[in-house]
Design a protein around this ligand. Structure first.
Ligand SMILES: Cc1cc2nc3c(=O)[nH]c(=O)nc-3n(C[C@H](O)[C@H](O)[C@H](O)COP(=O)(O)OP(=O)(O)OC[C@H]3O[C@@H](n4cnc5c(N)ncnc54)[C@H](O)[C@@H]3O)c2cc1C
Length: 510
């Protein structure tokens, strides 16, 4: 194939994945990013000697990174180190009970027995069924959906297995205890869906995590982003930071280039857009080229929740706390809180929290003797009409107060570095439609072919990668979206090198 001039807008994992692949096939690839660093949601903040990963912390499927490096005949291990994390999560309920979410089935069963001995058998059956779900549906996340027919083919299997049920109700078929039901069904929360309305097809993530383990990159997820940036440049790709693209140019129904916010133009053969698909359709295509049906389509999609995240470093260590590397804290009125967020678009007075404590595993990301954390609280997206400028500081203080009271004594007196984000950050800094943290919500009717398409339905030579497209949100999914788009542009860019196939197989955990 002749060399093409290709532009990638945005440097999230989806953009980086597409850019690396297209550069590996010999194309001239220019990547433009509006922020001052690569990574998008995985931007790494540096503050008073602390490094805080802005977003993804649970790193799964190392083979997906290995594959990108193999495209350049390189070894991922020469660029960054991955450390396995087990228990995957430590999960707390409102009664102070804790569950260590181990990978190993026997260890998991003894944790279940501590919570509810009568549920051990049901739990074992649940685990078996999540393996079946993974085997059935995971292959679909690696290929494009090109027709509605392909979607229809999924339905009989979903009806037979019951995987059309929301993950919570699916888990309830196997285990009785409320805490265990939550433990067996929380995974949609990691990708912007509610366990009460995201189908159990998404339980494929449970086995996906177990197949290759959960990992942490030494130096934080930022180390992965930097490595991918270097790889892309070593392959001849060009990166321009602090460069916002204001418009995707359309000529005769095809994307022909981009306009920078200062008015300059760059023409290209193909455009890969990693800016949020809904934002891009509504804001980056001139009105004269945008039929009304596009706006209607975007407005009729439903969107994920948003988040408040507080990154903080303390001048002392908290190793005697109950916390582990990844922590999830369920609240008492869990169902009501999720209903408020996803259906009522209301803020609850309660908190459902994920807490990252990376210094538990890595002392390179904080000054000596200090601890680094981030705490994430689920909130509705901007349709809720909450004035975050007004309530932001009070809401943050409520979260820190909760942690101080229950997990980290005297916290507020020990904080020496702090930064926070809320739905306004997702809207204004990351250009996410409605300030949604995970873009288009995962659901049966917004999956596969029914998600915004990788290859634009409306314009030729325009491709979308990232959380809003197939297969969805989460680092592995957006990396897969980059592969799917690259493959559509040039099958050489979408290839899987033999070395990577072998490594993927070898890295499956027994
Ligand atoms: C707090 C948080 C925690 C998460 N935790 C996990 C986790 O532990 N594990 C996991 O797998 N997933 C996690 N996720 C989800 C995962 O991070 C995302 O789904 C994924 O990183 C999104 O990647 P993306 O390719 O869609 O691009 P994004 O990360 O959304 O990046 C898009 C980029 O495009 C840029 N851009 C936008 N518009 C323009 C423009 N006009 N011009 C130039 N540049 C532009 C933006 O600045 C941004 O850098 C988390 C998400 C969040 C928010």
């Amino acid at each position: 194939m002749t060399q093409k001039e290709i532009i990638v807008i945005g440097s999230g994992f989806g953009g980086l994945s597409a850019a690396i692949r297209l550069a590996s096939a010999g194309h001239k690839v220019s990547l433009y990013e509006k922020r001052d660093k690569l990574g998008g949601r995985a931007y790494q903040y540096e503050l008073n000697g602390f490094k805080f990963d802005g977003g993804p912390t649970v790193i799964t499927a190392p083979y997906m990174f290995d594959e990108l490096f193999a495209l350049g005949n390189r070894q991922r291990e020469d660029y960054f180190e991955l450390l396995p994390i087990d228990p995957f999560y430590k999960i707390f309920d409102d009664k102070g009970r804790a569950y260590n979410y181990y990978r190993d089935l026997d260890r998991a069963k003894s944790e279940v027995a501590k919570i509810s001995p009568r549920d051990v058998k049901g739990f074992e059956k649940f685990v078996k069924s999540s393996v079946e779900i993974f085997e059935k549906y995971h292959p679909l996340t690696e290929k494009p959906f090109l027709s509605a027919q392909e979607m229809l083919e999924i339905i009989p299997g979903a009806l037979k297995m019951g995987t059309y049920l929301p993950t919570y109700h699916y888990a309830a078929r196997f285990v009785k205890d409320e805490f265990l039901r939550r433990i067996c069904s929380f995974h949609p929360l990691l990708i912007g869906g509610s366990p009460f309305d995201t189908p159990a097809i998404f339980d494929l993530i449970i086995q996906f995590e177990k197949e290759w383990g959960i990992h942490y990159a030494r130096g934080g997820t930022g180390a992965i982003v930097n490595a991918l940036g270097s790889l892309f440049q070593e392959m001849g790709g060009s990166i321009q930071l602090n460069t916002e693209i204001s418009e995707i140019l359309i000529e005769n129904g095809r994307a022909s280039g981009i306009r920078f916010s200062d008015g300059g133009i760059h023409k290209a053969d193909e455009i890969v857009c990693n800016a949020d698909v809904s934002f891009a359709y509504k804001n980056m295509i001139a009105k004269k080229h945008r039929p009304q049906k596009i706006d209607l389509y975007i407005d009729n999609l439903s969107y994920s929740n948003s988040l408040v995240v507080i990154y903080f470093g303390t001048k002392k260590r908290y190793l005697d706390s109950q916390l582990s590397h990844h922590n999830i804290i369920f609240n008492k009125k869990y169902r009501r809180l999720l209903k408020n967020i996803f259906k009522g678009k209301k803020l609850s007075d309660d908190l459902c929290i994920y807490m990252h404590m990376p210094t538990y595993s890595d002392n390179t990301i904080a000054p000596e003797g200090c601890e680094s954390f981030y705490v994430l609280s689920l909130v509705p997206h901007l349709d809720a009409n909450i004035d975050w400028n007004e309530i932001g500081p009070t809401y943050n203080d409520k979260i820190l107060g909760f942690l101080e009271e229950n997990y980290l004594p005297d916290l507020r007196n020990n904080i020496i570095a702090q930064h926070s984000i809320n739905p306004l950050h997702f809207k204004h800094t990351l250009n996410s439609y409605k300030g949604a943290a995970f873009s288009v919500k995962p659901s049966l009717i917004q999956s596969g072919w029914m998600r915004p398409h990788t290859k634009s339905t409306f314009y030729k030579n325009l491709y979308f990668v990232g959380a809003g497209t197939h297969p969805g949100a989460g680092v592995p999914a957006v990396i897969a979206s980059g592969k799917i788009a690259a493959n559509m542009i040039d099958p050489v860019a979408g290839r899987t090198p033999q070395a990577a196939i072998e490594k993927r197989q070898q890295s499956i955990l027994s």
